[in-house]
Design a binder for this molecule. Structure first.
Ligand code: G3H
Ligand code: ZN
Length: 284
C-alpha cells in the first residue's frame, strides 16, 4: 500500500485532492471508510486533540491498523495539535501525519516548534509527515453566528509561506486562503482565494492542505486540487450530518433506546456526506 507521502504525491500529480474527515467515534469512522470504498478512493481520517481524547488515541490507531491489514487505504492524521509534546505522543502512537498548529504564535516561535516536530518525526524513523499552519482559519468546527475575528485580514502571503516552509522543513502546509473552521448559521459562503493557493504552492513546492472546507462552494472545492491543495479537511458538515441523522431517527421513534438502531441513520448521513465530498475533490 502507498504511504501517505506517496498518496499525496499521486493526488498532486493527478491534480485532485484527497478528503480528510474528522471523526469522534467508531460509527463515524466506519461511515468514512464505507464512503471511501464506495468512491474507490484513499481517505484520511483526522482526530483533533478533543476528538482523540474522546475516541481514545490508541483505539483509533488500532482501528486504522486493522483496516489497513484488510486492504483499506486509510491514513490517520492528528489534527490541530498545539504542543510539541502532543505531536511526539501521536508520532510514537504511529499516526501517519500530525499537524503542529502554531498559527496563533509569533512566526519565529511557530517555525521553531514546527522544526522540532519535524526533527522528532524524522528521528522516529516512522515516516510521519508533519504539517505546519500559518495565518488565521479559526479554531472550532461549529455553528458560528459571525466569522472569526480578523479572518479576512490574515491571509497567508507567498513570502510568509516560503519562509515558514524553508525554515521549518515541514512536509505539508496549511495556509489561510479564505476558508474558516465551522459554518455560518445564517449561511454565506467563504470565498476561497484560488490565485493565492496557486502562487503559494508554486513558491513552497510542497503539498498544501485546505482546512475549513465546510461551507465553501462546490465549485471552489472542486478546483483547489488542481491548484495545489492535495488534501481538503471537512469536519463541521460531518458533525451536522451525524446529528441530523440521529435526530431524525429519534423524532421518528422517541421510545427507541437501542443505540445501534437510533445511531444508524446518523451513520448513513455521514457516509452520504463523505462520499459526496470525496467525489467532488477527486473530480468524479
Ligand atoms: O481540521 C479540520 C477542518 O479544517 C475542518 O473544517 O469544520 O470547516 O469543515 P470545517
Ligand atoms: Zn482544520
Amino acid at each position: 500500500m502507498q504511504t501517505l507521502k506517496e498518496a499525496v504525491e499521486a493526488a498532486w500529480e493527478g491534480k485532485i485532492a484527497l478528503g480528510h474527515f474528522n471523526v469522534s467515534d467508531s460509527n463515524q469512522f466506519n461511515a468514512v471508510l464505507a464512503a471511501a470504498a464506495a468512491a474507490g478512493m484513499p481517505v484520511l481520517v483526522g482526530v483533533s486533540e478533543g476528538e482523540r481524547k474522546f475516541f481514545g488515541m490508541r483505539n483509533i490507531a488500532a482501528l486504522v491498523r486493522a483496516a489497513r491489514e484488510a486492504g483499506v487505504q486509510v491514513y490517520l492524521n492528528a489534527d490541530h495539535t498545539y504542543s510539541l509534546d502532543g505531536c511526539k505522543e501521536v508520532i510514537d502512537a504511529g499516526f501517519d501525519s500530525v499537524i503542529f498548529d502554531g498559527s496563533h504564535l509569533p512566526m519565529e516561535e511557530n517555525i521553531a516548534t514546527a522544526r522540532n516536530v519535524v526533527e522528532y518525526a524524522r528521528a522516529s524513523g516512522k515516516g510521519t509527515l508533519v504539517e505546519g499552519e500559518i495565518g488565521r482559519i479559526g479554531t472550532s468546527s461549529k455553528l458560528l453566528e459571525v466569522p472569526p475575528e480578523d479572518m479576512d485580514k490574515d491571509l497567508t502571503t507567498v513570502e510568509e509561506a516560503a519562509l515558514f516552509v524553508r525554515e521549518s522543513g515541514v512536509d505539508m502546509l496549511a495556509p489561510a486562503v479564505g476558508t474558516m473552521h465551522g459554518r455560518l448559521i445564517g449561511g454565506g459562503e467563504p470565498k476561497i482565494d484560488l490565485v493565492r493557493i496557486e502562487a503559494i504552492r508554486s513558491a513552497v513546492g510542497i503539498p498544501l492542505v485546505l482546512h475549513g472546507g465546510s461551507g465553501s462552494s462546490d465549485a471552489d472545492l472542486a478546483t483547489v486540487g488542481k491548484l495545489g491543495c492535495s488534501i481538503v479537511h471537512i469536519n463541521t458538515d460531518i458533525r451536522i450530518a451525524y446529528r441530523k441523522g440521529i435526530e431524525a431517527s429519534l423524532a421518528a421513534d422517541a421510545k427507541e433506546i437501542a443505540p445501534y438502531k437510533f445511531l444508524a441513520e446518523g451513520v448513513t448521513e455521514v457516509e452520504k456526506m463523505t462520499e459526496k465530498y470525496i467525489r467532488l475533490f477527486a473530480g468524479m
